[in-house]
Design a binder for this molecule. Structure first.
Ligand SMILES: C[S@@+](CC[C@H](N)C(=O)[O-])C[C@H]1O[C@@H](n2cnc3c(N)ncnc32)[C@H](O)[C@@H]1O
Length: 340
């Protein structure tokens, strides 16, 4: 199937692709409250069931939340693990890590590390966690606080610098990339990650405009995109697809996911669970292919020893989508590492 024919899900809520929305977390009394802004965790119970956090075990277990965000999933994992168990959390965003330190820094069974999950294998090796992880969670995409803080530059609903980096200390900002990329490169990104049908026209307009004035702000870019004539969806803001595509490119999101997946088998203990929530069809395709490949028993007539067993795929309930429209493009896939 050509890239152009692939179905792509794009979250069109309020103009940004994101896995959550503002909401109070249901942890009254147990943990310190999370200061605003918050992130409402998507498919919380399904993910926790997928990780088998409540499964009986005599051995102390290790869980890894590779996308801490604002701890929506981590906080409930911490409520349900037993004495002796531990939760390691990662996020590439320094603000997410600072928030985790403030909220759970006092717990001996919790660690937060600012890391890109692309480095999962190296990180796990340095923490002596290879073949020891009972549950690995990845809740992909961006968090509500990232979207809602104008100075992070993810949103076209409020004005901010064109940044879009999850870790502002790493790599090139969206503004710097748009200032130097060729129109072909920009068009390819808009098409590949956003299936923006106007990709070429938008890319040309960016290159023409920047020759006269630098593109510095989110609103400036959103207005430029909206001013380009061409086919439009009536249900989403004209800049939705381009912003999502630029964000995915700037953060190397698919490449990071591919690298993390390569490390999963090495991390998981026998019987350990992998649970991944994705919001974009290209991400979900990578996850699906990875699980399928590693659960194959026969390929080209040859009998294989499968590494994984597929546990299932699920979608948010309609009640969750009603309460949190940003959940609607979510897909959760769960697999278990074979015991022998
Ligand atoms: C959808 S949010 C997770 C929300 C979290 N589950 C919660 O309920 O609060 C995704 C988070 O993953 C982080 N993230 C995305 N890609 C990452 C990567 N390659 N490495 C580490 N963290 C990443 C983002 O910075 C963001 O904080």
């Amino acid at each position: 199937m050509s890239a152009r024919n692939m179905m792509l899900q794009v979250d069109d809520c309020g103009g940004d692709h994101c896995g959550g929305s503002r909401a109070p977390l249901a942890t009254p009394g147990l943990f310190p409250a999370e200061p605003m802004p918050l992130h409402r965790p998507v498919m919380l119970e399904e993910a926790l069931a997928g990780l088998a956090v409540s499964r009986g075990s005599v051995e102390p277990r290790v869980f890894v939340d590779a996308t801490y965000g604002r701890g929506g999933h981590s906080s409930v994992i911490l409520q349900r693990i037993r004495p002796g168990d531990a939760l390691y959390a990662l996020d590439r965003d320094p603000q997410a890590c600072e928030s985790a330190r403030q909220r759970f820094g006092g717990r001996a069974d919790f660690r937060i590390h600012q890391r890109n999950f692309a480095e999962l294998r190296e990180w796990a090796r340095s923490e002596n966690l290879l073949v020891r992880v009972s549950g690995l969670l990845m809740d992909l995409g961006v968090s509500s606080p990232q979207i809602e803080q104008p100075d992070r530059g993810f949103s076209f609903s409020s004005d901010g610098p064109l940044d879009m980096r999850m870790n502002p200390g790493e790599g090139e900002s969206a503004g710097d990339w748009l200032a130097r990329a060729s129109d072909t490169e920009i068009a390819d990104v808009l098409w590949r990650y956003g299936q923006e049908r106007n990709s070429r026209r938008i890319a040309r307009r960016i290159v023409e405009t920047r020759a006269a004035e630098p593109l510095r702000s989110t609103i400036q870019l959103a207005k430029l995109i909206a001013s380009v004539p061409g086919p439009r969806s009536r249900s989403i803001h004209p800049a939705t697809r381009s912003f999502q595509a630029i964000r995915m490119h700037i953060n190397g999101e698919l490449a990071a996911l591919e690298q993390a997946l390569e490390a999963v088998i090495e991390l998981l203990a026998p019987g350990g669970r992998l649970a991944i929530i994705s919001f974009h069809s290209l991400e979900d395709r990578l996850v699906k292919q990875y699980i399928r490949e590693h659960s194959q028993t026969v390929r080209d007539g040859e009998t294989l020893k499968p590494w994984l067993q597929r546990i299932g795929r699920s979608f948010p309930k309609s009640s969750e989508i009603e309460a949190n429209p940003r959940a609607r493009s979510a897909v959760l896939r769960v697999a278990e590492k074979m015991r022998t």
